[in-house]
Design a protein around this ligand. Structure first.
Ligand code: NAD
Ligand code: ZN
Ligand code: ZN
Length: 403
């Protein structure tokens, strides 16, 4: 079958690989109907999430049809249309029973303390082959596959695989309540979903911060107030627009590849020096030159803006991904402002039902953020456009050829 294969930092290819097989009694094999590219895949290509095994199939977002199941799979059968939870969880350990699926004790073959297991990620996450392929092996199928109601389209289901549940979790972790002011840093696909969820949970206003005009426009279409961090100082603006207080909750939907401003009032010489130091200290294996796969030059920028802008006793919710090697955080300011800080990989299995319910109740269609529809064979080119955040390249759907 065809698949998108990681061949080293800054290098992916489409190649023919063996079809996946049932390897454990709790596995399923699915035929992929549709998959997509995520900002997390970019961290791997930029080298800011290290430890990818050469030859790993990329991708962790898909809708598929079950083809085969192992003898101990009970909740799905061949022919079922399913959404795949990006995060792999056993469904049975103490964490899974508490719906903390991203903390599962069993799914990561590196052991209970190794962190979240997910498809198409580095060795530390289990080196599971991913979903940008024609077929995929799904471990712990009962916990990892969710049957899709027939009213939900493949495209809407696809967004429920990762980024809609992640955005929903981001808004929930920010404690969004009726009448709150919320700021979402990053208007990529994850940020857009966080904006939608924040409104759903009752936010009276949502500020959306980014530098990409095209993405700020999509945020505005959702009813958010766009803030371009190269035109104004986002911290100052957020304070000013919330009567000097700052938003009640702020969400980091950017992560390690954050950029610092290169022009406008938010640029500072101290910031430039700080980020130069971070650039060499954090993510030492990252790509530093060339036209593509450039890592962000302000890995701490969004965390600092979050902590600086949120009101005293407010909540900082971090859903943008940071690798375990990242150790700097403005803990002193967190202390003096009495902030609550939450950060997590998404426990998709917990949030997918909430997303499906929101879609049913409000007729929200997450698939409206899909802007590019391509065949899997064109994935390499698509990665390049998405990496550059080119206008119109907000979210790419990749569909394998009819098999
Ligand atoms: N926690 C989870 O389980 C989970 C799941 C999925 C994705 N993620 C993470 O969410 C993050 C966003 O994913 P995405 O697909 O939207 O990625 P993306 O790269 O498409 O979007 C990131 C956006 O952030 C903007 N940005 C960069 N620097 C900024 C700054 N200083 N201030 C504000 N905005 C800035 C960029 O212009 C871009 O629009 C990534 O880190 C991804 O790994 C986490
Ligand atoms: Zn993703
Ligand atoms: Zn578990």
């Amino acid at each position: 079958m065809k698949a998108v294969i990681f061949h080293g930092v800054g290098h992916i290819i489409i190649d023919e690989v063996d079809d996946p097989k049932i390897e454990a009694s709790t596995d399923a094999v699915i035929k992929i109907v549709t998959s997509s590219i995520c900002g997390t895949d970019l961290h791997m290509l930029r080298g800011t999430m290290t430890g990818m095994r050469y030859g790993t199939i990329l991708g962790h977002e898909a809708v598929g049809i079950v083809e085969k199941v192992g003898p101990n799979v009970e909740s799905v059968k061949p022919g079922d249309r399913v959404v795949v939870c990006s995060t792999i969880a056993c469904g049975d350990c103490v964490y899974c029973q508490a719906k903390e699926f991203a903390s599962c004790d069993r799914a990561n073959p590196n052991g209970p303390d190794a962190g979240t297991a997910f498809f198409g990620g580095p060795e530390s996450t289990g080196s599971f082959n991913g979903l940008q392929a024609e077929r995929a092996r799904i471990p712990y199928a009962d916990a990892v596959l969710v049957k899709l109601p027939k009213e939900v389209s493949d495209a809407d289901g696809l967004l429920c695989s990762d980024i809609f549940p992640t955005g929903y979790m981001g808004a929930e972790m920010a404690d969004v309540k009726e009448g709150d002011s919320v700021a979402v840093f990053g208007c990529g696909p994850v940020g857009q979903m966080a904006i939608a969820a924040a409104f759903h949970l009752g936010a009276k206003e949502v500020f959306a911060i980014d530098v990409v005009a095209d993405r700020l426009k999509v945020a505005k279409q959702q009813g958010a107030i766009p803030i371009n961090f190269e035109k104004v100082d986002p911290v100052e603006q957020l304070r000013k627009r919330t009567n000097g207080f700052g938003p009640d909750g702020v969400i980091d939907a950017v992560g390690i590849d954050a950029q610092r401003p290169h022009k406008g009032p938010a640029t500072s010489i101290v910031g430039v020096m700080e980020t130069m130091l971070e650039k060499t200290a954090g993510a030492p294996f990252a790509v530093l030159t060339g036209n593509h796969w450039q890592k962000g030059d302000g890995p701490q920028q969004v965390l600092q803006w979050c902590v600086d802008s949120v009101r005293k006793s407010g909540v900082v919710s971090i859903i943008g991904v940071y690798p375990e090697t990242e150790e700097t955080f403005p803990i002193g300011r967190v202390m003096s402002k009495a902030l609550t800080v939450r950060a997590a990989n998404c426990s998709h299995r917990k949030y997918i039902p909430k997303c499906l319910k929101m879609m049913e109740e409000t007729h929200f269609k997450p698939s409206t953020i899909l802007t590019v529809f391509e065949g899997l064979e064109n994935a390499v080119d698509c990665y390049k456009h998405f990496d550059k955040r080119e206008p119109g390249w907000l979210k790419v759907e990749l569909t394998p050829d009819e098999q």
